[in-house]
Design a protein around this ligand. Structure first.
Ligand SMILES: NC(=O)c1ccc[n+]([C@@H]2O[C@H](COP(=O)([O-])OP(=O)(O)OC[C@H]3O[C@@H](n4cnc5c(N)ncnc54)[C@H](O)[C@@H]3O)[C@@H](O)[C@H]2O)c1
Ligand SMILES: CC(C)[C@H](C(=O)O)[C@@H](O)C(=O)O
Ligand SMILES: [Mg+2]
Length: 357
């Protein structure tokens, strides 16, 4: 099982070692996991003058699965977006042809008091955001500065989707719904944007191929409101690249912290990428304060989806719950009370539960 480990920048370098500890604790036999590391993001710029050095992309292509931390480094904030550390993840997803991103939003019962919502509206929360990952304003052309008749600065980005791009992410969502609650809510902005009108049309067509799955539609503004009002109405949310980015950060707070949500990205070809939804958190980087749960759960998703190790994945997910149940939390979850520990200590606690059986 070949695993490319791209820890990246900031807290990426603190949380990924905790995920590796959990993986080593469930490794079926020594050497079953072959980990290889490479720099990415600001670390890539430092090492090779490129946020995504060619050797890092090659390593990711070699691997069966990529475990990714986070990229983003304030030292490089003055670079154009296409060269910033954060560009690495955009280029990596494209380089690997990954168009689907699953972001499960599940509440650990132990964290019901950490949610921004009242326990009675979030108990049992379990939804899945299926985010399209290869289109939209992230990649649409034309992009960049354009002529302006008055000599002002003017810049464009292009929201762009083809029917086939919408169709394939639609199938991912409907198939995922079949393994869950058989409900898909497609989130768009079809009342304003032509691209999103196409999105709704194609989702409706795909939905007709899944008569056993209920399809509803919401505009993104109303979806954001409903996530705050009554999140348990959702089973699978399928949405575009930009809306999925925003809604998933918002949804993370329903579970208590952005430090909790993992994700899996894949396409039609082999390989997959697993990463927390959060970034490099420069405000807390290097302080042993980051929550490693999103990274640890991303490793669990990797075992389940890339290596058919569902039992081990469940063990990791349960071990996180056991540690939380014992009253150990990281600083971002301090609202639930309990003993606040650092990133390392939390990772050690999860590994200890796993090794104990
Ligand atoms: N996939 C990625 O690599 C990724 C994702 C998002 C942002 N970024 C990049 O990260 C940098 C910082 O961006 P940002 O501040 O907008 O978003 P961020 O997700 O890094 O941080 C937002 C807030 O959440 C907190 N936070 C994030 N993860 C946490 C964790 N595991 N535990 C505890 N607290 C956590 C941070 O301290 C911060 O206050 C930027 O360069 C951005 O481009 C990268
Ligand atoms: C860093 C950035 C490019 C990335 C995105 O917008 O996709 C991040 O916010 C995410 O959610 O994975
Ligand atoms: Mg994001």
């Amino acid at each position: 099982m070949k695993i490319a480990v791209l820890a990246g920048d900031g807290i990426g370098r603190e949380i990924i070692p905790q995920a590796l500890k959990a993986l080593r604790a469930v490794e079926p036999r020594p050497g079953a996991f072959e980990f290889r590391e490479a720099p990415v993001g600001g670390a890539g710029l430092d090492a090779a003058g490129d946020a995504l050095p060619p050797a890092t992309l090659e390593l990711a292509q070699w691997a069966d699965a990529v475990l990714f931390g986070a990229v983003g480094d304030p030292r490089y904030d003055s670079l154009p977006p296409g060269q910033m550390p954060g560009s690495a993840i955009r280029r990596l997803r494209k380089g690997l042809n990954f168009y689907a991103n699953l972001r499960p939003v599940k509440l650990y019962p132990e964290l019901r008091d950490a949610s921004t919502l009242k326990p009675e509206v979030i108990d049992g929360l379990d939804l899945l955001i299926v985010r399209e990952l290869s289109g939209d304003v992230y990649y649409g052309t034309p992009r960049g500065p354009v002529e302006n008749a008055r000599g002002e600065r003017e810049v464009v980005n292009t929201m762009r989707y083809s029917a086939s791009e919408i169709e394939r992410i639609g199938h991912v969502a409907f198939q995922a719904a079949r393994g869950r609650g058989r409900r898909v809510c497609s989130v768009d902005k079809a009342n304003v944007l032509e691209v999103m009108k196409l999105w709704r049309e194609v989702m409706t067509e795909v939905g007709q191929q899944y008569p056993d799955v209920q399809l509803t539609h919401l505009y993104v503004d109303a979806a954001a409101m409903n996530l705050m009002r009554d999140p348990r109405q959702f089973d699978v949310i399928v949405t575009s690249n930009l809306f999925g980015d925003i809604l998933s950060d918002q949804a993370s707070m329903l579970t208590g912290s952005i430090g909790l949500l993992p994700s899996a990205s894949f396409g039609q070809e082999r390989g997959a990428l697993y990463e927390p939804i959060h970034g490099s958190a420069p405000d807390i980087a290097g302080q042993d304060r980051a929550n490693p749960i999103a990274a640890i759960l991303s490793a669990a998703m990797m075992l389940r989806h890339s290596f058919r190790m569902a039992a081990e994945a469940e063990r990791i997910e349960a071990a996180v719950g056991r540690v939380l149940a014992s009253g150990i939390v990281t600083a971002d979850l301090g609202a639930v009370g309990g003993r606040v520990v650092g990133t390392e200590a939390f990772g050690d606690a999860v590994a200890a539960v796993l090794r104990a059986g």
